[in-house]
Design a protein around this ligand. Structure first.
Ligand SMILES: *[C@@H]1O[C@H](CO)[C@@H](O)[C@H](O)[C@H]1NC(C)=O
Ligand SMILES: [Ca+2]
Length: 325
């Protein structure tokens, strides 16, 4: 477990991109043993926040040039979405609104990290606000629908920032962040907050904060990680970390939001996409990544029929005797 903790401190300890002057990632205060063991792999894995790894064509950054313009659009938007100089508002704090913003170009990066600067705020008191934001990496774009303002039975990845517990029997504390991978066959059950289709999730207190709130999504070598920075400390906190996720290249990034009887302002301030410098084996390089079907390999535990995420098993397998000198 120490290795795991160190890995994240090293790779994610600082939310440095976009905040000039912050120290870059450095080895955390843990044992040099792990440093030696993991340095090579980790060093290849992290984004260093360099502007050269920022992909402008997949990023949404102030001033929002090339958004919705007809000549050279980088992003398209629909529904209730409005642009100001300071933010992109997907929905206002009004009932029954839905809006989205979508990258114009498909993304062909195999390994990437998206940093999302967002705000969810409104006049509603506790549990009288909704519904939330969805972040997308999907085959289809700009199609309105019931899933946080976007279409259901989607192909690809969704990250839901759900502010309202529709399922009254839930023990979960909201706001709640969850991820879902879909090949078009699954439907998001809004009345259950997507419980049956969710792969992993965490509680995250991101609503009505008086400072900036951030989320990061990393996808690399089948590993999907979601981190949050909600406490104004410039530190990433782990929310979701699963492996066995297969996503094709050539899908679109997007963000959408919806309100119903309850509402909120759902704002995106920036979306920054970083290319991760990761090597792949020739075998991996040789397959056509655009043909990959979105899927997740969840492993049934032999005991209770309980579903075990791939990473748990992988972690156990990695604890072979002799690995640590
Ligand atoms: C799509 O996903 C469902 C459920 O996860 C699975 O049963 C089905 O085989 C998948 N279809 C394809 C074409 O991969
Ligand atoms: Ca909900």
């Amino acid at each position: 477990m120490a290795a795991e903790g160190w890995f994240w401190r090293w790779g994610w300890g600082w939310r440095y991109p976009g905040k000039p002057g912050l120290p870059g990632p450095g080895p955390g205060p843990t044992t040099p043993l792990f440093l030696l063991l993991f340095l090579g792999r980790v060093a290849a894995d992290i984004t260093d926040g360099n502007s050269e790894h920022l992909k402008r064509e997949h990023s949404l950054i102030k001033p929002y040039q090339g958004v919705g313009s007809s000549s050279m659009p980088l992003w398209d938007f629909q529904g209730s979405t409005i642009l100001t100089s300071q933010y992109v508002r997907l929905t206002p704090d009004e009932r029954s609104k839905e809006g989205s913003i979508w990258n114009h170009q498909p993304c062909f990066l195999k390994d990437w990290e998206m940093h999302v600067h967002f705000r969810v705020h409104g006049a509603g008191k506790k549990n009288l606000h909704g519904d939330g934001i969805a972040l997308w990496y999907t085959r289809d774009r700009l199609v309105p629908g019931p899933v946080f303002g976007s279409k259901d039975n989607f192909h690809g990845l969704a990250i839901f920032l759900d502010t309202y517990p529709n399922d009254e029997s839930t023990e979960r504390v909201f706001p709640y962040i969850s991820v879902m991978v879909n090949n078009g066959s699954l439907s998001y059950d809004h009345s259950k907050d997507g419980r049956w289709t969710e792969l992993a999730g965490c509680t995250a207190d991101f609503r009505n904060r008086d400072h900036d709130t951030f989320l990061a999504v990393r996808y690399s070598r089948g590993r999907l990680t979601v981190m949050t920075d909600l406490e104004d400390k410039n530190e990433w906190k782990n929310c979701i970390d699963i492996t066995g996720v297969r996503l094709p290249t050539g899908y679109y990034f997007g963000a959408s939001a919806g309100t119903g009887d309850l509402s909120d302002n759902h704002d995106i301030i920036s979306l920054k996409l970083f290319q991760l410098m990761v090597e792949h084996t020739p075998d991996e390089e040789n397959i056509d990544w655009t043909k990959i079907e979105p899927s997740v390999s969840l492993l049934k535990s032999p005991k209770g029929g309980e579903v075990k995420a791939g990473w748990e098993l992988e972690f156990l397998q990695n604890l072979k005797p002799g690995l640590f000198p």
